[in-house]
Design a protein around this ligand. Structure first.
Ligand code: ATP
Ligand code: TYD
Length: 237
């Protein structure tokens, strides 16, 4: 597969066109950002760790019948994906209270959320990804009612698959964010699933093993990602 020009350089990944108009290459860089890009750092091995982590999860989701853009690994830090027309909303499910929810509603970090909550955010760095809802998304044309219903249902199905997968590694899936896009009109899971876009705690000690280690300056960020990956069977060799 021929890598052609850079289409987009995000905060953590770069996206390249290929000789196939329906395929892109995602390059996972070592760059890490927090607080809307206010804090940026390069963390050794991050690109490789997240590329392998994401490939493992996307394969598990595909096996469970969830349509994903992931096709194959291309190198340590790159994979081939279907080119999607990304929908500018982010779907978040929370099983346990943390992060933005704790700040917004004053609930105690670590409280169980039953049933799990579903939230939508607008993908817009300049506006700091504000929380929106289905009515706003429909009115402003970010997604249709049918697309929103499909994204919500897929996001819950992902929760069922991944909660179990992480539980087997003694990990709690606290919350996570998914992005979807359209491939020839159908809704497909895009972007990535890695400890950069979710919260994972040790089930016994509740130690944070995700990007909060970077956000909160706890250190050992990539070591934690590797620990999580090893517990669920990701091959980092
Ligand atoms: P954020 O960190 O808020 O997600 P970003 O744009 O900085 O934003 P990166 O992960 O660095 O994020 O960039 C990757 C970009 O590629 C994202 O904008 C994402 O929506 C887009 N993208 C992911 N998968 C696909 C795909 N299959 N087709 C087209 N674009 C995609
Ligand atoms: P949230 O607690 O709302 O945001 P923050 O941690 O920035 O205060 O996020 C819930 C989960 O979704 C968390 O695991 C991080 C992830 N997420 C992203 O990765 N990017 C985003 O733009 C958003 C809104 C959430």
């Amino acid at each position: 597969m021929d890598k052609q020009q850079e289409l987009y350089a995000g905060k953590a990944k770069s996206v390249y066109t290929t000789d196939d108009p329906d395929r892109l290459i995602l390059h996972f860089r070592d760059d890490t950002s927090a607080f809307d890009g206010e804090r940026m750092e390069s963390l050794e091995r991050k690109g490789k760790v997240n590329n392998r982590f994401n490939a493992f999860i996307m394969e598990k989701l595909q096996e469970a019948g969830i349509p994903t853009h992931y096709e194959r690994l291309l190198s340590d830090t790159e994979c081939v994906v279907k080119k999607l027309d990304m929908l500018p909303v982010e779907c978040v499910i929370r099983n346990i209270a943390a992060g933005g929810l704790v700040k917004r509603l004053g609930v105690e970090e670590g409280s169980d959320l039953a049933p799990p909550t579903f939230e939508l955010f607008l993908k817009n760095d300049a506006l700091h990804d504000p929380m929106v809802n289905e009515a706003l998304a429909e009115t402003f044309g970010w997604a249709t009612a049918e697309q929103l219903a499909e994204m919500k249902s897929l996001t819950y199905r992902v929760n069922d698959v991944l909660k179990q997968l992480f539980a087997a590694g003694d990990l709690l899936l606290v919350d996570y964010k998914l992005e979807f896009g359209l491939f020839h009109g159908g809704i497909v899971l895009g972007d990535e699933f890695s400890p950069d876009g979710c919260r994972l705690w040790d089930a016994n000690t509740r130690e944070k093993l995700d990007k909060d280690r970077f956000r909160q300056g706890l250190g050992g960020v990539i070591e934690a990602y590797e620990e999580v990956g090893k517990r669920i069977g990701v091959d980092f060799s």
